[in-house]
Design a protein around this ligand. Structure first.
Ligand SMILES: Nc1ncnc2c1ncn2[C@@H]1O[C@H](COP(=O)(O)OP(=O)(O)OP(=O)(O)O)[C@@H](O)[C@H]1O
Ligand SMILES: [Mg+2]
Length: 223
Protein backbone atom coordinates (compact mmCIF):
# COMPACT_ATOMS: atom_id res chain seq x y z
CA UNK A 1 0.00 0.00 0.00
CA UNK A 2 1.10 3.54 -0.78
CA UNK A 3 0.26 5.86 2.07
CA UNK A 4 0.58 9.63 1.68
CA UNK A 5 0.26 11.64 4.88
CA UNK A 6 -0.33 15.41 4.96
CA UNK A 7 1.96 16.33 2.06
CA UNK A 8 2.66 20.03 1.68
CA UNK A 9 4.85 21.54 -1.03
CA UNK A 10 5.94 25.14 -1.39
CA UNK A 11 8.26 26.83 -3.86
CA UNK A 12 9.49 29.87 -1.93
CA UNK A 13 6.39 31.59 -0.60
CA UNK A 14 4.16 29.90 -3.15
CA UNK A 15 2.25 26.97 -1.69
CA UNK A 16 1.43 24.35 -4.31
CA UNK A 17 0.13 21.37 -2.30
CA UNK A 18 -1.63 21.90 1.00
CA UNK A 19 -1.83 18.90 3.32
CA UNK A 20 -2.71 16.12 0.90
CA UNK A 21 -3.44 12.65 2.35
CA UNK A 22 -4.57 9.47 0.64
CA UNK A 23 -3.70 5.82 0.33
CA UNK A 24 -3.72 3.47 -2.63
CA UNK A 25 -4.02 -0.30 -2.46
CA UNK A 26 -2.17 -2.71 -4.71
CA UNK A 27 -4.11 -3.43 -7.88
CA UNK A 28 -5.68 0.04 -8.02
CA UNK A 29 -5.45 2.49 -10.91
CA UNK A 30 -5.97 6.02 -9.59
CA UNK A 31 -6.52 9.07 -11.80
CA UNK A 32 -5.03 12.42 -10.85
CA UNK A 33 -6.79 15.45 -12.33
CA UNK A 34 -6.96 19.23 -11.90
CA UNK A 35 -6.44 22.39 -13.91
CA UNK A 36 -3.08 23.55 -15.32
CA UNK A 37 -0.76 24.49 -12.46
CA UNK A 38 -2.84 22.62 -9.84
CA UNK A 39 0.24 20.65 -8.72
CA UNK A 40 -0.33 17.24 -10.34
CA UNK A 41 3.19 16.88 -11.77
CA UNK A 42 4.67 18.20 -8.51
CA UNK A 43 2.80 15.51 -6.55
CA UNK A 44 3.90 12.79 -8.98
CA UNK A 45 7.54 13.93 -8.78
CA UNK A 46 7.33 13.70 -4.98
CA UNK A 47 5.86 10.19 -5.23
CA UNK A 48 8.68 9.30 -7.66
CA UNK A 49 11.29 10.47 -5.06
CA UNK A 50 12.48 13.16 -7.50
CA UNK A 51 11.25 16.06 -5.35
CA UNK A 52 10.94 16.38 -1.59
CA UNK A 53 7.76 17.47 0.14
CA UNK A 54 8.09 20.57 2.34
CA UNK A 55 6.12 18.70 5.01
CA UNK A 56 4.48 15.32 5.34
CA UNK A 57 5.40 11.65 5.07
CA UNK A 58 5.02 8.92 2.49
CA UNK A 59 5.15 5.18 3.14
CA UNK A 60 5.33 2.26 0.75
CA UNK A 61 4.30 -0.89 2.60
CA UNK A 62 5.31 0.73 5.92
CA UNK A 63 8.73 1.82 4.63
CA UNK A 64 9.15 5.59 4.97
CA UNK A 65 10.31 7.31 1.77
CA UNK A 66 12.92 9.43 3.54
CA UNK A 67 14.50 6.40 5.28
CA UNK A 68 14.41 3.84 2.44
CA UNK A 69 14.79 6.02 -0.64
CA UNK A 70 17.10 3.66 -2.54
CA UNK A 71 14.90 0.63 -2.06
CA UNK A 72 11.73 2.59 -2.85
CA UNK A 73 13.24 4.02 -6.02
CA UNK A 74 13.76 0.50 -7.36
CA UNK A 75 10.04 -0.11 -7.12
CA UNK A 76 9.01 2.98 -9.08
CA UNK A 77 8.40 3.37 -12.80
CA UNK A 78 7.96 6.99 -13.86
CA UNK A 79 6.95 8.59 -17.14
CA UNK A 80 7.61 12.32 -16.90
CA UNK A 81 5.42 14.91 -18.62
CA UNK A 82 8.32 15.70 -20.96
CA UNK A 83 9.68 12.86 -23.07
CA UNK A 84 13.11 11.63 -21.88
CA UNK A 85 14.78 9.32 -24.41
CA UNK A 86 17.88 9.26 -26.64
CA UNK A 87 16.95 10.77 -30.00
CA UNK A 88 19.99 9.44 -31.90
CA UNK A 89 19.56 5.84 -30.73
CA UNK A 90 17.15 3.35 -32.24
CA UNK A 91 14.22 2.00 -30.21
CA UNK A 92 16.23 -1.19 -29.60
CA UNK A 93 19.29 0.77 -28.44
CA UNK A 94 17.17 2.91 -26.09
CA UNK A 95 15.61 -0.19 -24.52
CA UNK A 96 19.03 -1.85 -24.19
CA UNK A 97 20.54 1.32 -22.68
CA UNK A 98 17.86 1.69 -20.02
CA UNK A 99 17.97 -2.04 -19.28
CA UNK A 100 21.72 -1.68 -18.54
CA UNK A 101 20.96 1.23 -16.20
CA UNK A 102 18.41 -0.84 -14.32
CA UNK A 103 19.14 -3.70 -11.92
CA UNK A 104 17.28 -6.33 -13.91
CA UNK A 105 18.33 -8.51 -16.82
CA UNK A 106 15.87 -8.68 -19.67
CA UNK A 107 16.32 -10.56 -22.94
CA UNK A 108 16.01 -8.73 -26.25
CA UNK A 109 12.71 -10.53 -26.79
CA UNK A 110 11.36 -9.37 -23.42
CA UNK A 111 12.36 -5.77 -24.19
CA UNK A 112 10.73 -6.01 -27.59
CA UNK A 113 7.56 -7.38 -26.00
CA UNK A 114 7.36 -4.34 -23.68
CA UNK A 115 7.28 -2.13 -26.80
CA UNK A 116 4.65 -4.32 -28.42
CA UNK A 117 2.55 -4.12 -25.21
CA UNK A 118 2.62 -0.33 -25.67
CA UNK A 119 1.55 -0.69 -29.33
CA UNK A 120 5.01 0.29 -30.59
CA UNK A 121 6.07 -1.94 -33.47
CA UNK A 122 9.19 0.02 -34.47
CA UNK A 123 12.43 -1.56 -33.25
CA UNK A 124 15.29 -0.71 -35.58
CA UNK A 125 14.25 2.90 -36.32
CA UNK A 126 16.19 5.83 -34.83
CA UNK A 127 14.01 7.69 -32.32
CA UNK A 128 14.33 11.04 -34.10
CA UNK A 129 12.46 9.53 -37.06
CA UNK A 130 9.47 8.52 -34.89
CA UNK A 131 6.30 10.54 -34.38
CA UNK A 132 5.56 12.27 -31.05
CA UNK A 133 3.05 9.59 -30.10
CA UNK A 134 5.53 6.79 -30.86
CA UNK A 135 8.14 8.47 -28.63
CA UNK A 136 5.61 8.51 -25.79
CA UNK A 137 4.99 4.81 -26.30
CA UNK A 138 8.74 4.20 -26.03
CA UNK A 139 8.87 6.28 -22.84
CA UNK A 140 6.10 4.09 -21.42
CA UNK A 141 7.92 0.88 -22.40
CA UNK A 142 11.16 2.14 -20.79
CA UNK A 143 9.35 2.89 -17.51
CA UNK A 144 8.32 -0.78 -17.25
CA UNK A 145 11.73 -2.41 -17.87
CA UNK A 146 12.51 -3.02 -14.17
CA UNK A 147 9.04 -4.44 -13.30
CA UNK A 148 8.15 -1.57 -10.96
CA UNK A 149 5.55 -2.05 -8.24
CA UNK A 150 4.31 1.54 -8.60
CA UNK A 151 3.78 3.05 -12.05
CA UNK A 152 3.54 6.85 -12.14
CA UNK A 153 2.37 8.28 -15.46
CA UNK A 154 2.27 12.01 -16.18
CA UNK A 155 0.06 12.56 -19.24
CA UNK A 156 1.60 9.50 -20.95
CA UNK A 157 -0.81 9.31 -23.88
CA UNK A 158 -0.77 12.91 -25.13
CA UNK A 159 -0.67 12.67 -28.93
CA UNK A 160 -1.24 8.92 -29.00
CA UNK A 161 -3.94 7.71 -31.41
CA UNK A 162 -7.22 6.43 -30.02
CA UNK A 163 -6.67 2.77 -30.94
CA UNK A 164 -3.23 2.68 -29.28
CA UNK A 165 -4.65 4.53 -26.24
CA UNK A 166 -7.22 1.76 -25.78
CA UNK A 167 -4.52 -0.93 -26.18
CA UNK A 168 -2.28 0.80 -23.64
CA UNK A 169 -5.22 1.23 -21.23
CA UNK A 170 -6.05 -2.48 -21.54
CA UNK A 171 -2.44 -3.40 -20.84
CA UNK A 172 -2.31 -1.10 -17.78
CA UNK A 173 -5.52 -2.70 -16.48
CA UNK A 174 -3.92 -6.13 -16.88
CA UNK A 175 -0.81 -4.97 -14.99
CA UNK A 176 -3.02 -3.74 -12.13
CA UNK A 177 -5.32 -6.74 -11.88
CA UNK A 178 -2.89 -9.58 -12.66
CA UNK A 179 0.35 -8.21 -11.23
CA UNK A 180 -1.11 -6.07 -8.42
CA UNK A 181 0.62 -2.89 -9.56
CA UNK A 182 -0.27 0.51 -8.14
CA UNK A 183 -0.84 2.92 -11.02
CA UNK A 184 -1.29 6.69 -10.78
CA UNK A 185 -2.31 8.31 -14.02
CA UNK A 186 -2.45 12.04 -14.83
CA UNK A 187 -4.54 13.13 -17.80
CA UNK A 188 -6.66 16.05 -18.96
CA UNK A 189 -8.79 13.59 -20.92
CA UNK A 190 -11.70 12.90 -18.56
CA UNK A 191 -13.13 10.09 -20.72
CA UNK A 192 -9.77 8.33 -20.54
CA UNK A 193 -9.55 8.84 -16.76
CA UNK A 194 -13.12 7.67 -16.15
CA UNK A 195 -12.80 4.52 -18.26
CA UNK A 196 -9.34 3.57 -16.95
CA UNK A 197 -9.32 4.44 -13.25
CA UNK A 198 -10.96 2.83 -10.22
CA UNK A 199 -10.77 6.06 -8.23
CA UNK A 200 -10.03 9.70 -9.01
CA UNK A 201 -8.06 12.27 -7.01
CA UNK A 202 -8.83 15.87 -7.93
CA UNK A 203 -6.56 18.75 -6.89
CA UNK A 204 -8.74 21.87 -6.50
CA UNK A 205 -12.51 22.14 -6.11
CA UNK A 206 -13.31 23.82 -9.43
CA UNK A 207 -17.04 23.08 -10.08
CA UNK A 208 -16.27 22.36 -13.72
CA UNK A 209 -14.21 19.31 -12.79
CA UNK A 210 -16.49 18.35 -9.93
CA UNK A 211 -19.56 18.21 -12.19
CA UNK A 212 -17.90 16.00 -14.78
CA UNK A 213 -16.41 13.71 -12.15
CA UNK A 214 -19.58 13.37 -10.06
CA UNK A 215 -21.61 12.32 -13.10
CA UNK A 216 -19.09 9.50 -13.75
CA UNK A 217 -20.21 7.61 -10.65
CA UNK A 218 -16.57 6.98 -9.66
CA UNK A 219 -15.23 7.47 -6.16
CA UNK A 220 -13.74 10.97 -6.10
CA UNK A 221 -11.37 12.53 -3.54
CA UNK A 222 -10.88 16.29 -3.70
CA UNK A 223 -7.99 18.19 -2.11
N1 LIG B 1 10.70 24.11 -9.84
C1 LIG B 1 9.70 24.97 -9.62
N2 LIG B 1 9.94 26.19 -9.06
C2 LIG B 1 8.93 27.05 -8.82
N3 LIG B 1 7.64 26.81 -9.12
C3 LIG B 1 7.35 25.61 -9.67
C4 LIG B 1 8.36 24.65 -9.97
N4 LIG B 1 7.76 23.56 -10.52
C5 LIG B 1 6.45 23.85 -10.57
N5 LIG B 1 6.19 25.08 -10.07
C6 LIG B 1 4.87 25.71 -9.95
O1 LIG B 1 4.05 24.82 -9.24
C7 LIG B 1 2.72 24.87 -9.72
C8 LIG B 1 2.26 23.48 -10.04
O2 LIG B 1 2.97 23.00 -11.18
P1 LIG B 1 2.75 21.54 -11.75
O3 LIG B 1 3.68 21.37 -12.88
O4 LIG B 1 2.82 20.56 -10.63
O5 LIG B 1 1.22 21.65 -12.26
P2 LIG B 1 0.35 20.60 -13.08
O6 LIG B 1 -0.92 20.38 -12.30
O7 LIG B 1 1.14 19.42 -13.43
O8 LIG B 1 -0.03 21.44 -14.38
P3 LIG B 1 -0.21 20.99 -15.94
O9 LIG B 1 -1.62 20.46 -16.06
O10 LIG B 1 -0.03 22.25 -16.69
O11 LIG B 1 0.83 19.98 -16.26
C9 LIG B 1 2.73 25.85 -10.90
O12 LIG B 1 2.25 27.10 -10.45
C10 LIG B 1 4.19 25.92 -11.28
O13 LIG B 1 4.49 27.17 -11.81
MG1 LIG C 1 1.82 18.64 -15.16
Amino acid sequence: MLNVQSITKSYGKKQILDGISFSIQEGEIVGLVGENGAGKSTLLQILATLAKPTKGKIFLNDQAYDEHKKNIRKQIGFVPQDIAIWEEFTVEENMAFFEKLSWVNKSKQQLKQLCIDMSLDKWKEPVHTLSGGMKRKLNLAISLIHDPKIILLDEPTVGIDLKSKKEIANHLKTLATEQNKIIIYISHDMDEIISLCNRILCIGDDPFYQNILESSGKHIVTF
